[in-house]
Design a protein around this ligand. Structure first.
Ligand code: C2E
Ligand code: CA
Ligand code: CA
Length: 291
């Protein structure tokens, strides 16, 4: 019965008619249960912390702001990537508590940065679907004193697909006080253009997969070029994700992209390192002229 239940759960979550039980499903269920237990403890102990990846002006290399990325180092499991624990937190109702802790900590850290730097924060569909989301963000901004116009919320299309009206209300409330909205992983979903027309979006983030293949694949280069044209035509800012080498940086500059993120500049770093980076006289990663 337990195995049938596992297969049933799988069938439901993959939207298929039926699934046979496989031994590997049992292992995954066990692993998930273990992560859930450890995650509850980890959140209660404050073991999950915000790290910060800089967004830079591609030409000058000047830091414009930082994106919050959750990091969890477990005493036995080691580094647990967000791709492994965020879905568990969403499933077992811990994501709001975790998200609030990360945002409050990040706002306190970012409060000390130079006052033109922005803070970008990822929000999961489950968070945005709760009716209190907008109010909780406002409360955190109030408590920490972080200026709303320096905060940017990153959402993906999945966030919008799951419950459009609740999302619209919360995002509308936040936009009214000056919080900006970015559409993350742009170009990977089914309805990107629909959302661009129906939502007030301030920025699109071109997905890493397009940047990665820009050099070798003419289709990716054409898509990046088209996304930049689209963004600029709509008056929406465009940031490229996952820039790993100087060639990609150069190609993006010549395509007219002004902002980017990626390992070429820096991976996500702890608060103290981000603060040190901000305090450097020239907080920039190599000036570059467009080719
Ligand atoms: P994302 O929002 O698209 O974040 C970008 C991911 O790409 C991060 O992975 C980052 O470390 C990685 N990355 C950045 N530059 C490069 C690069 O040049 N090359 C490559 N190969 N990768 C790069 P990470 O930290 O593992 O996060 C994965 C996803 O987990 C994020 O994707 C986001 O959807 C989610 N996530 C992370 N932190 C949070 C959080 O605090 N809340 C929520 N709701 N989701 C989060
Ligand atoms: Ca993001
Ligand atoms: Ca992304």
């Amino acid at each position: 019965m337990r195995r049938a239940d596992i297969a049933l759960y799988r069938a439901k979550s993959s939207h298929s008619d039926f699934r046979f039980f496989e031994a590997s499903m049992d292992d995954q269920v066990r692993e998930r249960a273990m992560i859930e237990t450890e995650l509850r403890l980890g959140i209660a102990n404050g073991d999950i912390q915000p790290y910060y990846q800089p967004t830079v002006d591609l030409e000058t290399g000047t830091i414009i702001g930082f994106e919050v990325l959750a990091r969890w180092t477990h005493k036995f499991l080691g580094e647990v990537p967000p791709g492994r624990f965020i879905p568990v937190a969403e499933d077992c109702g811990l994501i709001c508590e975790l998200g609030d802790h990360l945002l409050a900590t990040a706002c306190r850290d970012a409060y000390k940065w130079p006052n033109d730097m922005t803070l970008s924060f990822n929000v999961s569909p489950v968070q945005l679907r709760t009716s209190t989301f907008g109010l909780r963000v406002l409360a955190i901004l109030g408590e920490t004193g972080f200026p709303p116009n320096r905060l940017e919320i990153e959402i993906t299309e999945n966030t919008l697909v799951s419950d459009l009206n609740t999302a619209k209300t919360a995002l509308g409330l936040l936009r009214e006080v000056g919080v900006r909205i970015a559409l993350d992983d742009f170009g990977t979903g089914y309805s990107s253009l629909y959302h661009l027309r129906n939502f007030k979006i301030d920025r699109i983030k071109v997905d890493r997969s397009f940047v990665e293949n820009m050099g070798g694949e003419s289709a990716s280069a054409a898509i990046v070029q088209a996304l930049l044209g689209l963004g600029h035509g709509l008056g929406v800012q465009v940031t490229a994700e996952g820039i790993e080498n100087a060639e990609q940086r150069r190609a993006l500059i010549s395509a007219g992209c002004d902002q980017g993120q990626g390992f070429l500049f820096s991976a996500a770093i702890p608060a103290a390192e981000a603060q040190a980076l901000c305090e450097k006289d020239f907080s920039s990663f190599g000036k570059m002229r467009s080719a």
